[in-house]
Design a protein around this ligand. Sequence first.
Ligand SMILES: Cc1cc2nc3c(=O)[nH]c(=O)nc-3n(C[C@H](O)[C@H](O)[C@H](O)COP(=O)(O)OP(=O)(O)OC[C@H]3O[C@@H](n4cnc5c(N)ncnc54)[C@H](O)[C@@H]3O)c2cc1C
Length: 492
Amino acid sequence: MKIIIVGGGIAGTSLYLHLLQHLPNPPAPYPPHELLIYESHEPKPSSSPSTSTSLSSPSSNSPESEPPTTPNLTPSTTTIGGGLALAPNGMRILARLSSELHEAVLAQGFANERFIFRSARGWRLSSMPCTDARVPGEACVSMSRMGLWEVLRGFVEASGDGEGVIRYKKVAEVGQGASGKPIVKFEDGEVEEADLVVGADGVRSVVKKGAFGEGYAPVYMNQAGVGGFVKGPLPDEVKREKGMVFTFGGNGFFGYGSSASEEEESLMWWSTYHTPSLPTSDDLSIPTITTELRERHAAWKDPVIQTIISSVADSVSSIYPTWTTPPLPHWGRNALILIGDAAHALQPTSGQGASQCLEDGLTLSLILSHYLNKVYNETDASEQSGSGVDLQATIDATASVLYAVREPRVREISDAAKKMDRGKGDIGVVGEMVMCGFMWLFGKVPWIAQLLFGDMNERLYAWDVDAEVKKGIAKYETEARTESGTATAGAA
Ligand SMILES: Cc1cc2nc3c(=O)[nH]c(=O)nc-3n(C[C@H](O)[C@H](O)[C@H](O)COP(=O)(O)OP(=O)(O)OC[C@H]3O[C@@H](n4cnc5c(N)ncnc54)[C@H](O)[C@@H]3O)c2cc1C
């Protein structure tokens, strides 16, 4: 089976590794599997984090700081810079891929045990654990996005067939070829056919366009963020409590946490604010953005925030308008399947985008492997050329079960994030006080938060991919049997 993965980000690279691990070997006369990733951005030789300044000395005079650069802002979130936190459910999937991969990701990040919520007025409101209660040591790991991507890419390239698997070419269009199979057209005019094309190409996915045309365009959330990295001794709450600190104010939000091991002393930070006009490359000025950042947080009481904003000078390293994908009626048909942000770009507030990519990849691999195993075991291979009806039915069934299993999961996460997002915009003094009151109350009476948002361990971290896949396949097959029974009865 030939599978083309469009996009070599977190979803694309991890899907490749899952497929390698789970796809059954095809018996003769079926041809061996061929897996390829097409990625539009060739990696630069630099390593993460991309730009950092010093916490202890203002970077404008620091020899360590790089000159300010204008970020390559596209109307998507494909900002490779910046930091992210991989939740325990995502880390668990990495461990399942390989303990070495899990270790490598952990080694370049920082294992957080608590989320700490603060108010811009300087009050510590509450804190909650962010570890998986069922898996000792499985924490929420903060890191540079580039660092995670480099580890995943390294494992793809080091895998059995890995070298040359990631090809750096931009896909311009995806459609159906004359044979009925999906085809991928590249910017350079070349065309390639596959049995299955997986869109792991982010929120502005061309594969999604192939499946839906111009429909279901991403939605700008009237929110943008800036972020970066600063070097210097880690704040006490980060180091001692192993915490990520989230501060809410009437005019925005500020977060920080360690982006690497304690010894590296690298703090990632981000500031989110309400802006109805979509920032574009044309109206982007780093000095202006830095000035606005300082103005926005000038009165915020946390000395760590003050030190960060006075240190960043002109070197904000990532700027991102927030986009989400509207709910899709399916995640692909006709041998096109969407995963990751291409299928469901979530609000950054969810803290789950990357983990959901990893769950998608494992789910897709398990379902596809189940149906391929059926084809290989149950059909008379000598009568099948290896490319006929069975393969098509396999892919159709995979797409249906994937959607049935995964869509409710990401919808639930998105709904919870929407509630949290209300506290990140311009909410004014009254809104700020109400929010602070709630957050304080959540710390004192945790069951209220659980009532509103569900238990984080149960709701987010305990999701069992294998059990959900099993249930999804059983349900699909029961429905298929019922349908064929009804059709037979109708015919009789
Ligand atoms: C500000 C912000 C903060 C976030 N924080 C967190 C967090 O703390 N925790 C978390 O889990 N998630 C977080 N996320 C979400 C997370 O970053 C995304 O969910 C995740 O990166 C999506 O991965 P992906 O591989 O699906 O898409 P992307 O990361 O967008 O990757 C898509 C890839 O496809 C390539 N591509 C695109 N078009 C083409 C084409 N035409 N041809 C070939 N290649 C193409 C791109 O170059 C890119 O490499 C955050 C997101 C944002 C915006």
